[in-house]
Design a protein around this ligand. Sequence first.
Ligand code: 2AM
Length: 178
Amino acid sequence: MMRLFVGLELPWDVKERLSGLAGSLQGARWVPPENYHLTLRFIGETPHHVAEEIDHALAALRLRPFDLRLTGLGAFHKGGRPTQLWVGAARCEPLDRLQGKIETALQRVGLPAEKRRFTPHVTIARLDNVSEASAAGFIGQHNLFAAEPFTVGEFVLFSSRLGKERSVYTAEVEYELA
Ligand code: 2AM
């Protein structure tokens, strides 16, 4: 079995900009810059033969490169508490189209439909016992954040191994947009 997800790798200069946000917020576990990515579709534990079918389906997608800009901050909540801090992606039609095509391709392979709405984001911190007020304060302080736009020239099938300290993400297959 492999734990899989489809996402975008970020250029180093964008990762550097994001890492500049890591600062004082008690209870935040900052994601190491090498782990920053934008998830297009979480797949989860997958048998090897299904992973191969997924690879074939993704390799058949034909889409053009496009520009993407990371901007704005937000948080996800669970049980009324902030659990995750993220930088958003400026909404753009080619990103939605890519995500939609991936979703359709995976459903054709037989995966159940993703029920959550697509909220393009890059997680920069996991939050333990951070109050809503301090998360909101941090977001307010940085909400004008905008990284330089970059060209998305590929998307990636990642495997993820969950570690005690941090997860390890490996780019298994890269699919070029051309
Ligand atoms: P996150 O950054 O919002 O936590 C690898 O774990 C990637 O898949 C992460 O970007 C994570 O999103 C996402 N992910 C992990 N578990 C998930 C789940 N159950 N549903 C949707 N996305 C998930």
